[in-house]
Every structure is written in C-alpha cells, then in structure tokens.
Design a protein around this ligand. Structure first.
Ligand SMILES: *Cc1c(COP(=O)(O)O)cnc(C)c1O
Length: 436
C-alpha cells in the first residue's frame, strides 16, 4: 500500500516512510492511497474469528505489500496480546473495554503495534530512532510501555505539568532505560506545538532521526480499526447486527479509526463523537463551521484538545461525500458537571466504575438513544481507560469502588524522574541538543 498526504493526494510514499516521517513535509497527514473494501466472506462471518485473526486479516489488506504476511502475523501476535471485551450493562447498552493492555488505556493498541512496526523496519546499524511524543496523559504511558527496552530506539515524552493524574505521571516518569520524560509548564497544545516544531527544525533533523508517536502516526491509526471489527463480531455472536459506536473523542484518532473500519466495510449505522467542553467537532457537525479553539482544561483531560489533529483525516475520507459524513457522525459535548453526573449514574445504575472520558461516551449514547425508536440499534460505548488512572476526579464513594490492578500497585513505590521546561521552543531545542 502506498500512502499520500492529505495536503497533496498526488504524493506516494511507502508504509515505512509514512511511519518514520510521521508527518509529511507539507504538514498534512498520511492516508492509505486507496482504502480496500474487505471481502464479504470475512465481513459476514466476523463472529467466527478471534481478535488476533481479525487484526491480521484487516492489516494484511492494508499492508501486505509492505510487510510479508508471516512477519505481520508475528507483529500482531506480539502487539495485540490482550482482550477487548464487550460487556453488557443493560438492554442495548454495551461497553467496549479497551483498557486491558499494559498502560490501561486504548492507546496500547496503537503504541504497541507502532513500536513493533518501527523496530521491524529498523535495520542493523541504522541511526538510533528518536521518538518525540506530546501527551495529555495516556499517549505517553502507552508509548513508554510500548517502546520500553526496544533496541535502537529512544522515547522523549512531553507532558503538561500538573495536568496528568498521579498514576499517569508515574507511568511516564518511572521507566528509565530508553525512556525520558519532560514536564512542560503549559498545556497539551503547547507540548504538541513543541513537538511539531521540532519535526520541522533543520538542525534537529540533521542531528537526530526524529519520529512521532502521536496519534497522527499512521501506524497508530491502523491497529485501532481492529477493535471495532472485533467488537462488532462480539455483538454478532449475540445476534445483534445493528450497532452504533459512541466514542469519547479528543484528537479524533479513535473515532477516525472507526470511520476507516466503516470505509473498509464494517456495517455500522452511526458513530457518536462525544467530547468534553472542547467541542470544536460537535459544533462543526451542528453548524458546518470548523472553528478550532484553544483547549480548555477539564476532568477528562485526555480529551482536552481544541484543534483535533486527526480531523483532517476524517475530512479526507469523506471529501467526496460530505453528506455521508454528517449522516454517519453525530456530536455531543458535556461539561465537567455533566460528566460527573454521568459517572454517578453509571455507578448507581450498574455498579460499574467508568473513567470520566468513558462516562462522556455513555451519556452521549443515552442521549442519542432517547430520540431513537426503541429496540433498534445496539449501542456500544468505548471505554478508553481504566478508572484507576483518574481517581482524584471521581466522586469519593465511586473512587473507593475501583479495583486497582496489580501493575498499578507496583508503580506506587517508584520515584519520578523528569526534566522541567517552559513552552519556548529554543529551550526545548537546547535541551535536546545538550542531552544527545
Ligand atoms: C487519548 C484518549 C482519548 C481521546 O482519544 P482520541 O483518539 O485522541 O480522540 C479518550 N480517552 C482517553 C482515556 C484517552 O487516553
């Protein structure tokens, strides 16, 4: 498969180039030059396949020219080694739990696949790969744990000071080995701006082999399609073939992957884009005006994005069919008070503890279902992180009900190691040069 830039659809690069460049020179984003439609035999029998089998079939259709089938299979079996179960909470309301990977967030799918693809493409004797990543919390943990100990790679993580949870910060800053963390006195958008500028800086590019691990990397997007197919397969097993997905959205990589799955033939009838107060996309879907805004801080901080990077990919997928886009996606946004009310309601209704991001997706699904004829589509909302990553923002009695996984208990004895920087690019650049 060749990939083009959303800013110049005549360009063609290999998967390897797209993965290592991360972002084209023209500052667009890479997309597959053609999106293959999967065969009907596969689509109609999804319920007969396991998650790794589904992942392999989907990936093969996109990447078989780039990675031989047996190697691709090995990468997938190594990367996707945890479950993504769909759990029923009430009639027509299901949660897709995407937090069973090592960093306890859905970003493990993208980060683990990408790190293995990069390591696969790195040939002996090549310059060390320097991964720069801006995180509002969960990306950094997933990338750190995804790359930890991978030879010939180094990861530098930038996170906004005081804006990630205690457990997230420990996941970012206690790894050592080939992982470095920088706390930036600013917002996630500031961190992202620093990383973006580094990629266009000639001096840094001459010195380091830079690459990004943000959700803009195409190798992060592709594996996120796997769990949509697999969730649909689990619904089919229960005789449910009409499915809507509600996706808690920030940078719009997760829902972008869902739409890519739809393009490949997954017969989903509706996607719900659920955001916090950073409502650029829901506003666009309502008014037709795309107006990026500075991000505002919320209790669902992994979604505090005012100008979602991946939106250009979604726009690209639907550039010939804008009507279909507005039919397929509907947006909802909630403030912090509404988010907390949703967390409470989920707990009191089902004795289920949801993280604030997940609660937003649940609320959006419920609000959407209210206006629908009953007994039609089954709603699946995506749970993007384990609630133990956000204990401080949950109401006390809900937080108390969280079951803390063993790997988190181990983190608590470790010491934070991070550099502290401001938001100016020169400071960041100097730090990189000094700590080469
Ligand atoms: C990253 C993240 C999101 C947002 O996903 P996008 O792909 O950026 O839209 C939502 N919830 C959690 C917990 C996250 O870590």
């Amino acid at each position: 498969m060749k990939f083009y830039s959303t800013n110049n659809t005549d360009t063609r690069v290999s998967f390897k180039e797209a993965v290592f460049n991360s972002m084209p020179q023209d500052r667009g984003l890479y997309m597959p030059a053609t999106i293959p439609r999967l065969d009907d035999k596969f689509l109609n029998n999804l319920d007969g396949y396991t998650l790794p089998e589904i992942a392999f079939h989907v990936a093969k259709n996109l990447l078989e020219d780039d990675i031989p089938a047996e190697d691709l299979k090995a990468i997938i079996h190594d990367a996707i080694n945890f479950y993504a179960p769909v759990v029923g909470l009430e009639e027509s309301v299901f949660v897709l739990e995407l937090f069973h990977g090592p960093s306890l967030a859905f970003k493990d799918f993208g980060a683990r696949f990408m790190s293995r693809v990069m390591s696969y493409f790195l040939e002996d004797g090549e310059k060390q790969l320097d991964v720069l990543v801006a995180t509002s919390g969960d990306t950094g943990g997933a990338v750190a744990l995804g790359f930890l100990g991978v030879p010939n790679t180094r990861v530098t993580i930038l996170y906004p000071k005081g804006k990630v949870s205690g457990i997230q910060e420990l996941q970012l800053t206690t790894n050592g080995q080939n992982i470095r963390a920088i706390e930036v006195d600013g917002t996630f958008d500031d961190c992202q701006a620093l990383v973006k500028q580094a990629f266009t800086d000639p001096e840094l590019n001459a010195k380091f082999r830079l690459t990004s691990a943000n959700s803009i990397n195409i190798a992060r997007l592709i594996p996120q399609t796997f769990y949509y197919f697999n969730a649909y397969a689990q619904m089919l097993k229960q005789g449910r073939d009409k499915v809507v997905f509600s996706v808690p959205s920030g940078n719009f990589g997760n829902i972008g992957a869902g739409l890519l799955a739809w393009k490949m033939g997954l017969p989903v009838t509706q996607f719900i884009a659920a955001t916090n107060a950073n409502d650029t996309v829901p506003e666009f879907l309502k008014t037709g005006v795309y107006q990026p805004k500075p991000s505002v801080q919320t209790i669902s901080n992994a979604m505090d994005v005012g100008n979602p990077s991946n939106w250009v990919r979604i726009a690209d997928m639907f550039k010939d069919d804008a009507d279909k886009l507005s039919e397929l996606i509907i947006g909802f946004s909630y403030n912090d008070e509404e988010t907390l009310a949703a967390v409470e309601k989920i707990y009191s209704s089902y004795h289920y503890v949801a993280c604030p991001h997940t609660a937003i997706a649940w609320q959006a699904l419920k609000d959407w279902q209210q206006d629908q004829p009953t007994g039609r589509a089954s709603g699946v909302f995506l749970s993007t992180a384990h609630p133990c990553k956000f204990p401080d923002v949950l109401p006390g009695h809900v937080a108390k009900a969280i079951e803390i996984p063993g790997e988190v208990q181990e983190l608590e004895g470790k010491t934070k190691q991070a550099a502290s920087l401001g938001v100016d690019f020169e400071g960041f650049k100097n730090w990189l040069l000094k700590n080469e």
